[in-house]
Write a protein that binds this ligand. Sequence first.
Ligand code: ADP
Ligand code: GLC
Length: 478
Amino acid sequence: MKKILFVASESVPFIKTGGLADVVGSLPKYLDKEKYDVRVIIPKYQCMKEEYKSQLNYVTHFYMDLGWRTQYVGVLEMKYEGVQFYFIDNEYYFAGFKPYGNIYEDIEKFAFFSKAALSALPVIGFQPDIVHCHDWQTGLIPVFLKDRFHDGPFYANMKSIMTIHNLKFQGVWDMKTIKNITGLSDYYFTPDKLEMYGDANYLKGGLVYADALTTVSPTYAEEIKTPFYGENLNGLMSARAHDLRGIVNGLDYNEWNPETDTMIYKNYNAKNFRKEKVKNKLGLQKDLGLPQNENTFMIGIVSRLTDQKGFDLIDYMMEEMCQQDWQIVVVGTGEERYENMFRHFAWKYPDKVSANIYYSEDMSHKVYAACDAFLMPSLFEPCGLSQLMSLRYGTLPIVRETGGLKDTVVPYNEYEGTGTGFSFANYNAHEMYNTIRYAHSVYVDKKREWNKLVDRAMAADFSWKASADKYAELYDWL
Ligand code: ADP
Ligand code: GLC
């Protein structure tokens, strides 16, 4: 039996700000329980969902050095859907309304978390063969494992994997502070290790020291070796190309299932969507105060409102999009200028735009079920889960061909009768707009073709089955 420890800053169902939580919370469930004992460590945030927080069991606590500080480390646990979760408790670090805040606070917070996660292992009696780290928040772990933790026999043979969910976020802060917090010697702060342009970089540390690297789609694995997508680490990504694999994310098909989903207005499946799916559109139109019309082309967006997701293209085209007979439903939070942009258009075109500037799982399910199309014109996209959710709900994705979007959405080919959505290549607002118009024309003029696209979208299999096998293969190889 191989023992694997996932360490991450978020996981469903406890705390989520994006796709990272979906992956960390679902992948462990789909690894073969006979062969792998997979456990997960995340922080115990004050802002965690109350229903879970109250169910956690106290395991132990101890004190740990962090630079010159000595800090309390509490350990709690809970088994959820067959997976053992641990939670690192420290009210000083994990207070607040959101898991992440100012980078200078987060830098210390996640140095604490990374060290605490490793230090807790002997105490809870779990000695993993592999520590699987996710994103910059856990980038110090492979470094620690090669450094002082290496001394004791307990840690000596532990291997580490660093998975990149988003190369843009690296955890960068000034070297002096990071030396001070981590207690790592000067040896580590050179350009071939943690240093980058005079600062220290957590993710880079992880990428240099982990035994294997993965990212969340094959296309993104290629893209990050180039300057455009490489976020100044493309050299390192190329140097470690042999240790880097792109494994596309799966989706928890039990959580995301239009046939059993309790949050949507009307359940449906691949057989009856032609009649039943539209009831979700009518329900959502009613709830959002949009004119109820089952024939109006409805476009959904559920997203963090950031540049990554291509909102400057949408911003640029929004006025023209509002001249069409379309309804645009947005659920998201993020950069203020995009929040206000959607609020503005919802005010100007109340019959066409519904701006829901908040985070709501319930509303996200309703949008995935109700809309005809889902818009995701990302500038870059390591994998993307929203388009997988859309496919599963028969809501056709309209995406830019980048990263995981390219690997998971097959563009409609009207001559061959293939495809599961619509896509465009260049990061260009008019290309996006023309692609939406093309999708709309298929929806209006060729309803049978549209429904066949939906058939294929709903039949596409992005459950964890295939991808969990690829992770298993990597664990065995290590
Ligand atoms: P990223 O991780 O870059 O944000 P993904 O597509 O991988 O992008 O995952 C985003 C996840 O977050 C999806 O599950 C999506 O439904 C969810 N999500 C994003 N914004 C919201 C919101 N405002 N309310 C509810 N869920 C949201
Ligand atoms: C990141 C990426 C997203 C990916 C998610 C889960 O947040 O932006 O593309 O799907 O991680 O891997």
